[in-house]
Design a protein around this ligand. Structure first.
Ligand code: KG4
Ligand code: ZN
Length: 325
């Protein structure tokens, strides 16, 4: 079995995965959403202190599995330096105490492998990764062959929901709150401009939408919020669709996936399904509970890396806050 640790942002999570069956044996996550909620976003120092409290508590529940462990895996990149370090420090201590090899897992690969938790499926060739920290289109062949073909130039998709919620005085994380509020509004009421339409580049941008929404929020009152939320969600999603559509013309999909915390958004899922319909392509999604950050997805990648004997020396394991796939 492999014990995996995730602490790249505001979720403290540990999982145990069986190497042979690839099944999840144990999984727990303590989310810090409530603590960060008052600040409208994640406060790194607070997050790091909360990880230091939560991770040992979860670890205590895993002691019975220690004799059967073959490796310790941990998210080392990308993420917040101070919070990544909490997981890494624990992983190193376990590695030394239990005399086990270390596996360093990229968080973005983790999100992609959330598709494979407790289920076998084909590798989707194109993955849309939408989270609080990332908005990327990834071309996937295998674990070791993943290329980012487009990413955001400024804010991420999920982050823009967080910021819009904050403008309206709504709690963090903004994604689920804005999606709910949008259900009561008209997505065509406000005509926010879809970004980068004239530009040929394959990239995303959310700062323009965010500023347009800010003006609408400032000019309006609370009764306008449902329409603002609905119109914002429409433009934020349509921006992704328009860009990806162009990419799919050259790269017709059979299997397409959306992963990451914001893949829970049903409005976006419906739009992506419509986009894929002409290709008869299948949309792959992780189970809802594995969309947001968790150690189960890190453990699932770690099983593949273990089989490739892809271990890292203890001195070389460090936090890499900014890292590609
Ligand atoms: O993957 P994740 O848990 O953490 C990162 O790796 O960043 O994603 C969290 C992000 C937050 O920005 C949150 O607002 C967003 O995902 N999110 C959503 C929804 N649920 C979560 N965004 C839009 N619609 C949702 N339903
Ligand atoms: Zn994430």
């Amino acid at each position: 079995m492999i014990l995996s640790i995730e602490s790249s942002c505001d979720d403290s999570s540990i999982a145990i995965t069986d190497i042979q069956t690839k099944q999840l044996v144990y999984h727990k996550k303590i989310s810090q959403e409530l603590e960060h909620s008052v600040y409208g976003g994640v406060v790194p120092e607070l997050a790091s202190r909360l990880h230091a409290e939560a991770l040992p508590k979860i670890l205590e529940e895993c002691v019975e599995y220690f004799p059967r462990l073959k490796a310790i895996a941990v998210t080392n990149a990308p993420g917040l330096a101070v919070t990544l370090m909490e997981g890494i420090t624990m992983a190193k201590a376990l590695s030394v105490t239990l005399d086990l090899p270390l596996i360093a897992v990229n968080h973005l690969k983790g999100h992609i492998f959330s598709l494979f938790i407790d289920k076998e499926t084909v590798f989707p060739q194109t993955v849309l990764l939408v989270s609080g920290g990332h908005t990327q289109v990834v071309k996937v062949k295998s674990l070791n062959e993943m290329t980012t073909v487009a990413s955001t130039m400024d804010d991420s998709f999920g982050e823009s929901f967080d910021k819009v919620a904050k403008m309206m005085g709504l709690p963090y994380p903004g994604g689920p709150v804005i999606e709910k509020l949008a259900k009561e509004g008209d997505p065509k009421h406000y005509k926010f401009t879809i970004p980068l339409q004239q530009k040929k580049i394959f990239a995303f941008s959310y700062s323009g939408i965010k500023n347009a929404v800010r003006l609408a929020v400032e000019a309006g009152s609370e009764t306008d919020y449902p329409n603002i939320a609905a119109s914002f969600q429409e433009v934020a999603s349509e921006h992704l669709i328009r860009k990806i559509k162009k990419y799919l013309v050259e790269n017709p999909p059979k299997n397409f996936a959306i992963v990451g915390g914001a893949s829970a958004n049903l409005y976006l899922r419906t739009k992506v399904e419509a986009m894929l319909a002409p290709y008869g392509a299948k949309l792959h999604l992780a189970e809802l509970k594995y969309c947001s950050d968790n150690a189960a997805m890190i453990g699932r990648v770690a099983v593949e890396m273990y089989m490739q004997e892809d271990f890292i020396e203890i001195e070389k394991l460090q936090a890499i806050p900014r890292s590609p796939l």
